[in-house]
Design a protein around this ligand. Structure first.
Ligand code: ATR
Length: 279
């Protein structure tokens, strides 16, 4: 009997740049799973219709990338606690006519930090940005029990809103959230600065003023969720420390977490980044 190929895809707008097909095919190879993984450019206005069409065509799951993660959140029949709080879905599973939503971005970030031996328990984190990427990561950051997460954003009111929204969840884990504007005092000391803004897509400058990097501890780490090329934030960070990372590892780890949801298997991720760089 012919073995049925499992069908998956990633949806985004644009989508040409997506590395998800390569990553999932590399994971599938490890377990000899017969898998097809496509990418589709989907107009946000027709998102639901396209998801239903793919379900009807026999797709078992979908990854969802920008700018569709909120739209995906809106159409799911069931959501994980993480997705429900982050208001974002990057992984859809079709099950018994239901659309099940989860978000693996935060786990991707935390697993990548862990791979890099960056321990955030009891540490001070500075999270820059208050959009989808920052809100998608903060659930897992809080669960890793840092001491304090400082939030900032170009539009400061959004950082204040974000703090209000996450406050009670953070308190349950004894994590303090604080919104600070970009003129904050130099007396602060950060162990980790995370750039969760999309600033590098449009801007040649770091979203942080230079003095912010003086607040990084000497053994502190800078992490940009973007990947592909060195961002202005990363360039400035290198003037202060060698511990500067882009988001490629996060991309691979969020894919591994999606793969785990669909196949209940944990793929090896160590060599994937190198394979992607050689493509
Ligand atoms: P994403 O889902 O990628 O996070 P988003 O929800 O549109 O996209 O959020 C983009 C984030 O990047 C926001 O925090 C945004 O700041 P504003 O809320 O002030 O718009 C931030 N951002 C985008 N361009 C920026 C820039 N040039 N400088 C600083 N922050 C920027």
């Amino acid at each position: 009997m012919k073995k049925e190929i499992k069908k998956f895809a990633v949806l985004g707008h644009p989508i040409a740049h997506s590395l998800s097909p390569q990553i999932h095919l590399l994971f599938a190879k490890e377990f000899a799973i017969d898998l097809e993984y496509k990418k589709f450019d989907i107009n946000p206005d027709n998102f639901f219709e396209n998801v239903k069409r793919l379900e009807a065509e026999g797709y078992q799951g979908l990854n969802i990338t920008l700018p569709l993660k909120n739209a995906a959140f809106d159409i799911c029949d069931q959501l994980s606690e993480r997705s429900s709080l982050c208001k974002s879905v990057n992984t859809i599973t079709f099950l018994d006519n239901n659309i099940i939503g989860d978000s693996t971005d935060g786990r991707g970030l935390l697993n990548d930090l862990s791979n890099k031996k960056i321990n955030i328990k009891g540490k001070n984190i500075f999270l820059v940005g208050a959009g989808g990427a920052a809100n998608g990561a903060i659930y897992d950051l809080i669960q890793s029990k840092p001491k304090k997460i400082f939030l900032t954003n170009r539009t400061f009111t959004k950082a204040i809103e974000m703090k209000k929204y996450w406050k009670s969840f953070a308190e349950k884990t004894q994590v303090t959230l604080e919104a600070i504007d970009l003129d904050f005092s130099n007396r602060l000391n950060f162990d980790l600065i995370i750039n969760a803004t999309s600033s590098s897509l449009t801007n040649q400058h770091s979203p942080l003023p230079e003095h912010a990097l003086h607040c990084l501890k000497n053994d502190g780490v800078c992490y940009d969720m973007m990947y592909g090329s060195q961002t202005p934030f990363m360039k400035e960070a290198y003037m202060k420390t060698d511990s500067v990372y882009d988001g490629l590892g996060m991309l691979v780890e969020q894919a591994a977490a999606s793969f785990n949801i669909w196949h209940q298997l944990a793929p090896a991720t160590e060599d994937i980044e190198a394979s992607l760089k050689n493509l």
